[in-house]
Design a binder for this molecule. Structure first.
Ligand SMILES: [Zn+2]
Length: 171
């Protein structure tokens, strides 16, 4: 499949039908593998949009399935300081431990690392004229938020999450 695509691309290049600036788009955006491409135990949850609409609230659906962003300071999980685990609201995949949560002042729940390296996956997001790294649930591909490199020690990362994309499992 990939080989066929590449040979089509090369044919197009040879024919001079592709200009250089469109080459990267034609080849697709690279999906980062730094955090891991595998889900825990290879678990996958795949549903149609209609099925997701039945089990998610409209706000959860907007964030998780339509890559939306909640308004800052609106999620109760932003101010949640209890001990426990933040899990994906769609598939219950454990995402972040409470002891990695910090107050970023942004109004969105923020963490310096995921609970496991395969809990989430990263994708380059070029929406709104910015290049950001999107964070997705590794089990259901639900949109959770973005990661930035202005976080605290020990990782220096800031996982800026939508609280409505998560549920909290109190210990
Ligand atoms: Zn999920």
């Amino acid at each position: 499949m990939k080989k066929a695509f590449l040979s089509t691309l090369y044919t197009a290049l040879a024919a001079g039908t592709l200009l250089t600036p469109s080459l990267s788009t034609a080849a697709g955006d690279p999906v980062k593998k730094a955090i891991g491409d595998e889900s825990p135990g290879g678990r996958r949850v795949v549903k149609t949009n209609a099925e997701w609409k039945k089990i998610l609230t409209p706000e959860q659906y907007y964030i998780l399935r339509e890559h939306g962003t909640e308004r800052a300071f609106t999620s109760p999980l932003n101010d949640n300081h209890a001990h426990g685990t933040f899990v994906c609201a769609a598939c219950k995949n454990p995402l972040f431990a409470s002891d990695t949560k910090f107050d970023s002042g942004t109004g969105w729940p923020s963490f310096f690392k995921p609970i496991a390296k395969d809990a989430v996956k990263e994708k380059v997001d070029k929406a709104y004229g910015m290049v950001r790294t999107e964070i997705l649930c590794s089990v259901c591909d639900g949109h959770l938020g973005h990661v930035f490199d202005d976080g605290p020690k020990p990782t220096g990362l800031r996982y800026c999450m939508n609280g409505d994309a998560m549920l909290f499992d109190k210990k």
